[in-house]
Design a binder for this molecule. Structure first.
Ligand SMILES: NC(=O)c1ccc[n+]([C@@H]2O[C@H](COP(=O)([O-])OP(=O)(O)OC[C@H]3O[C@@H](n4cnc5c(N)ncnc54)[C@H](OP(=O)(O)O)[C@@H]3O)[C@@H](O)[C@H]2O)c1
Length: 404
């Protein structure tokens, strides 16, 4: 027999009813998911900090058999739910369009996520990328269930920008999560990547494969790497792949096209033949890589000088085996002064430079934190301290520039 234990929690400053999770509620109700809205699978501590027993919200322990919508919740783990009596109509009054929830309903809690115009599509319409998105690579590669659950959770929270790749083998699980969420595809910004070192027919087939899994148009398609992952590459294959991306752009299947891991020399190869601007270069960049100067693998100043949006991947150095940016003294010390976590400071350092960031998280609370970085500013001294920091590591170790 299942047991329900109601937790009476006194801190109301971060209650669900204090609007932290309102976009989720908004989206669910707009798409008829019923009265009980799962706010995401949370740990007991997260549950205690986010969900308070108020007129509208309760925090309780349950077993899966009791769930109306199991969502991210797992058997025997605590979960936050909203009471069926929650008054959603007032949200509708404030925010008619769920896309605008972060800027509308959440104004007091999570500020609007700014966008940057990275390109124009072949019909001349601006292509706008939000500065905060969700990564679905790294340790999620090949893990359909993690991607599905993570994307569903992010969409509940109001994320619109999702990053994937043909090589992650998770495009279809991401597409399924989008489809099941009920959030219209047109409200989302999906980035994918095709492998490097392909000839023309190979690149065309890779684009077709991505389009068939994700649906068209894909908002931004990148060449994942200047060569193969083992380091083979050539100017000829980079140019052949780029020409296929341009065909996809002209046909309207790709709204914007760009590159990833490209050094200035590789970018020059594309510029030599490009008739469509390179929208973005997605590269490893995070606190710790600031002072690497001329030794850095991928050069933000060079990209900016050529009108290319420099986009960060792995903003916490998530595959470095080093949690410095999340648990370390520098980011957390600065965060304490702003009421933010170290992770939020690491992200803020990027977006304050206009660099979009795509952290990966399977935790609803972390996902929310990673959006909640636009209501504070780091001082010049804080930015300088973060830019001078040399942990977790300096750039130049990735080998991108070694690709011929
Ligand atoms: N173009 C490329 O070749 C390339 C290469 C690498 C990555 N990428 C892209 O960049 C994305 C991000 O990189 P990544 O996935 O390697 O690593 P990452 O985003 O730097 O770090 C992910 C790790 O950080 C934790 N985390 C996230 N938010 C947190 C928070 N607020 N507080 C504490 N911990 C937090 C996550 O754990 P929890 O799940 O517990 O939150 C996870 O362990 C990838 O998913 C992929 O889309 C692209």
């Amino acid at each position: 027999m299942a047991t329900i234990v109601f937790a009476m929690l006194s801190d109301t400053s971060r209650c669900l009813s204090n609007i932290s999770f309102y976009p989720a509620i908004q989206i669910h109700d707009q798409h008829g998911f019923g009265d009980l809205t799962n706010a995401g699978g949370l740990s007991a501590a997260e549950c205690a900090s986010w969900c308070c027993d108020t007129a509208e919200c309760m925090c309780f322990f349950h077993t899966k058999s009791q769930l109306v919508d199991a969502g991210n919740c797992t058997a025997g783990k605590p979960c936050c739910w909203l009471k069926p009596t929650f008054n959603t109509t007032r949200l509708d009054d404030q925010c008619a369009d769920p896309t605008n929830c972060l800027s509308g309903v959440l104004g007091a809690r999570v500020p609007a996520v700014p966008t940057t115009t990275i390109a124009h599509d072949s019909a001349g319409r601006a292509v706008n990328m939000t500065l905060a998105g969700l990564g679905t690579g790294g340790y999620w590669v090949g893990n359909d269930s993690a991607v599905y659950a993570g994307v569903r959770s992010a969409l509940r929270l109001g994320y619109t920008h999702l990053d994937t790749a043909l090589g992650y083998k998770t495009q279809s699980s991401l597409a399924r999560a989008v489809n099941d969420s009920g959030v219209p595809r047109s409200r989302l910004f999906i980035v994918s990547k095709i492998p490097g070192h392909l000839d023309g027919p190979g690149a065309a087939a890779a684009i077709a494969s991505s389009v068939s899994e994700l649906g068209a148009p894909i908002d931004l398609m990148l060449i994942h790497f200047p060569g193969t992952w083992s380091g083979n590459g050539s100017r000829a294959t980079r140019q052949a792949t780029w020409r296929e991306l341009e065909k996809g752009w002209r046909a309207g299947a790709l709204r914007a096209i760009g590159v990833s891991h490209f050094c200035p020399r590789h970018v020059d190869d594309i510029l030599e033949v490009a008739t469509v601007p390179i929208a973005a270069n997605q590269v490893e960049y995070h606190v710790g890589m600031g002072p690497s100067g001329a030794n850095r693998t991928d050069d933000p100043d060079f990209d900016r000088a050529h009108g290319i949006t420099y986009e960060s991947f792995m903003p916490f150095c998530g595959q470095c085996g080093d949690s410095e940016l999340i648990t370390g003294n520098l980011t957390n010390g600065i965060g304490a002064a702003h009421g933010k976590t170290g992770a939020q400071v690491a992200l803020r350092w990027l977006v304050q430079q206009g660099i979009p960031a795509i952290p990966r998280s399977g935790s609803a609370a972390h996902q929310l934190q990673n959006l909640d970085i636009f209501d504070f500013a780091l001082s010049d001294a804080e930015m300088a301290a973060l830019s001078a920091f040399t942990k977790p590591k300096l750039a130049g170790e990735g080998g991108d520039c070694d690709v011929p």
